[in-house]
Ligand binder design. Sequence first.
Ligand SMILES: *[C@@H]1O[C@H](CO)[C@@H](O)[C@H](O)[C@H]1NC(C)=O
Ligand SMILES: *[C@@H]1O[C@H](CO)[C@@H](O)[C@H](O)[C@H]1NC(C)=O
Length: 431
Amino acid sequence: LASVTSTSDFVALAHPQFPAHQVRVKKSDFCDSTVNVYTGYLDVDYGAKHMFFYFFESRRDPDNDDVMMWINGGPGCSSSLGCSWSSYRHEKRVEQWTTWNPYSWNSETNIFFLTSREVNVGFSYAEFGETIETTEDAAKNVHAFLTIFFETFSQFKGRPLHLAGESYGGRYLPSFGSYVYDQNQIAIQAGRDTLNLTSILIGNGVVDYTKIYRGRHEMECATAALPVPFQSISVCVQQKTALTRCEKAMQASCVEVHDEINCRAALSFCQEVVSGTYAHSGRNVYDISKDCIGDLCYAESGAITDYLNQPSVRSLLGVESPGNFTSCNGELGSAFSGRLDRTTMSQNYIAALLDRGVRVLIYSGTYDWQCNWVASRLWLEEMEWGGAERYRANAFRDWAVDGRTVGEVKTSGLLTFATIYGAGHMMSASF
Ligand SMILES: *[C@@H]1O[C@H](CO)[C@@H](O)[C@H](O)[C@H]1NC(C)=O
Ligand SMILES: *[C@@H]1O[C@H](CO)[C@@H](O)[C@H](O)[C@H]1NC(C)=O
């Protein structure tokens, strides 16, 4: 990145293999003054769409540390929320939002934060109105972005590459990783360099949507989250009865066959009848120990939006989108739901990657209700792959930080599943 020195003008990068794509990048003084920071756009479809990204070099050893790409979930949410530079707390004011976070991801890795596929979210935008892509199309964009980046900034070439994210990233990342893997095989045949895809990390992810409702029920009515169930017996009994029907309907209309009308009906039944009591309770859906306050249930997300919409910050970042920053685009989220993108069984991609030598870390905060750890436990037990038998036979054991037990972990071969006690959905953004 030595050639990119301007903090005001973008340098455009292209690659003959990807004529429809271009990366524009500039240096930035944003956020972390201890490292080199870059921001820019991935221009897609000959400049019709622009996806914003941040790149932070590692605080430890940028010349030798690995490279990580972070994408957020949603669908329809900006990766800026996952950009965990911040140690913002409720009592702090907006101006103090970007305080020093010693636990930031870039403590040990060079990291991108990329808007993965949506436009009109965050600072990403489209020239000709909104377009919605499939997750598979987005994989092509991510692959083009990474290839252009590594070809142009050769000091990072060959470094281990980790694809990370959270929430709906459980749907994106297995698909992106698989696309990168398959393209690597084509590159090998053609004598081109490959991307050194080494691992996939998914935090509080939606990988198998059909497990989410049982998980939520266990959070509320069993001891999956707290030592004593917190939901009333009458609600729990009603939920349990509905859960049987909900799961049967999802299995019949979303999994065995994909019947759009009936699958949609099944999901809305599950959402209202199994999850409705909690969802309307005013408790934070991303952290059972908190109340739901503001946008995305967190005062922090409103503060982030306000911060990023300041003209001085926009200019620091080189933002060119005509509109303001939006953390999530609700319409876009609904559009994806409408297409039933979320009921894709992403564990099949994960199994295939594991069997081809890519490491996978699934981690979950135990207080997240929305994309709960129980759902992850359930699909992981059922996933069919080479190490499945050993995974099922292995026991969970405690894991500790500085001598303090902080969660449980279970591994087999290249697969690790870890829980983090008392953490919520936004733990990767440190709030
Ligand atoms: C990928 O990274 C690993 C670990 O640094 C290294 O041993 C390996 O040679 C790299 N592979 C490629 C193709 O660069
Ligand atoms: C962006 O936000 C500012 C401050 O909240 C507001 O005044 C302005 O109208 C907004 N612009 C757009 C395009 O929404």
